[in-house]
Design a binder for this molecule. Structure first.
Ligand SMILES: NC(=O)c1ccc[n+]([C@@H]2O[C@H](COP(=O)([O-])OP(=O)(O)OC[C@H]3O[C@@H](n4cnc5c(N)ncnc54)[C@H](OP(=O)(O)O)[C@@H]3O)[C@@H](O)[C@H]2O)c1
Length: 277
């Protein structure tokens, strides 16, 4: 696995495993746990989950998948903004730890900006860090203005990551958010890197995949992984997809490939509102 630097010099894997939709009624059980274990076996040693996914069901499923190998995993979870008061954050973290069957998270994120005071959430994150319950904390779905508000708070600069949507079809962050995060050495965690599968039928992606003898998903993922300071968390329940995604790490896109993709998916030329799904 390749790693990105965190602001304090720690490391975060560049390719992990998403878990949205896992653990709900349509997607639970041994097969899903096996898909996560396969990803870990292949070296995709980061799992991204959230208290919100399947109402805690995804965290429980992850807990079963990592049982006996907790130390091999960079474990990420998120709390919903309505829980993000000082006391609420501490309590939500305890519940997540219990469902995950562990005593610590590697990274704990605020899922999206909410209406409770952000200073309280940050203060609680710092308490959790001091107690060893989380190694790092960060945010998700924070735009440039949100980031400025966060960075102005006491300890706000301890934010270790921002998880946002980023893929070939959603390049808005390249205009201002991504450069700013790069400058601060805060990694971007690219969620929905395959646009939930919708990118894979795009003509330009399919054509390039054919030319390079790889799958469309591998083109889409390799493109995200080619961006400096960005890691990706594709979700795959199908073992064939898991293997393909892992192999995308070895795929190097040429300058000509990148130019072809830029043609089909132009970078932003002005500030765009941060997308969120
Ligand atoms: N912070 C946030 O607000 C936020 C929001 C959305 C997502 N996320 C996180 O980011 C993760 C990834 O995003 P996502 O789940 O929205 O979408 P995604 O990873 O872009 O796409 C997942 C879909 O693509 C399919 N897929 C995966 N690998 C494939 C391959 N090699 N070939 C063909 N199809 C493939 C999956 O099918 P199978 O499952 O059948 O294999 C699934 O239907 C989530 O699971 C979650 O952990 C965070």
């Amino acid at each position: 696995m390749r790693y990105l630097d965190l602001p304090d010099g720690g490391k975060i894997p560049v390719l992990g495993l998403g878990t949205w939709m896992m653990g709900d009624r349509s997607s639970r059980g041994q097969d899903i746990e096996d898909a996560l274990r396969l990803g870990l076996d292949l070296g995709m040693n980061l799992i991204d989950t959230a208290e919100m996914y399947a109402d805690g069901g995804a965290e429980e499923l992850v807990g079963r998948a990592i049982a006996g190998r907790r130390d091999d995993v960079f474990l990420v979870s998120k709390l919903v903004p309505s829980n993000a008061s000082r006391r609420g954050t501490l309590a939500a973290c305890e519940r997540s730890l219990k469902r995950l069957g562990t005593d610590r998270l590697d990274l704990y994120l605020l899922h999206w900006p909410g209406s409770l005071p952000l200073a309280e959430t940050v203060a609680a994150f710092e308490v959790l860090r001091g107690a060893g319950k989380i190694r790092y904390w960060g945010v998700s779905n924070f735009d440039r203005a949100g980031l400025d508000r966060l960075w102005a708070l006491p300890h706000g600069r301890n934010c270790a990551a921002n998880q946002v949507i980023y893929n070939l079809g959603r390049r808005g962050i390249e205009f201002d958010l991504l450069p700013e995060l790069r400058k601060a050495k805060v990694p971007v965690m690219a969620y929905s890197p395959l646009e939930q599968g919708r990118l894979l039928g795009h003509r330009a992606v399919a054509d390039l995949a054919k030319k390079r003898g790889v799958s469309p998903a591998q083109i889409a993922l390799a493109w995200v992984l080619n961006q400096e300071g960005v890691m990706a968390i594709p979700k795959a329940a199908n073992p064939r997809h898991v293997r393909e995604n892992r192999a995308a790490l070895e795929l190097k896109l040429s300058p000509a490939d990148l130019a072809e993709l830029d043609q089909a998916f132009p970078p932003p030329t002005r500030k765009e509102q941060l997308d969120m799904i």
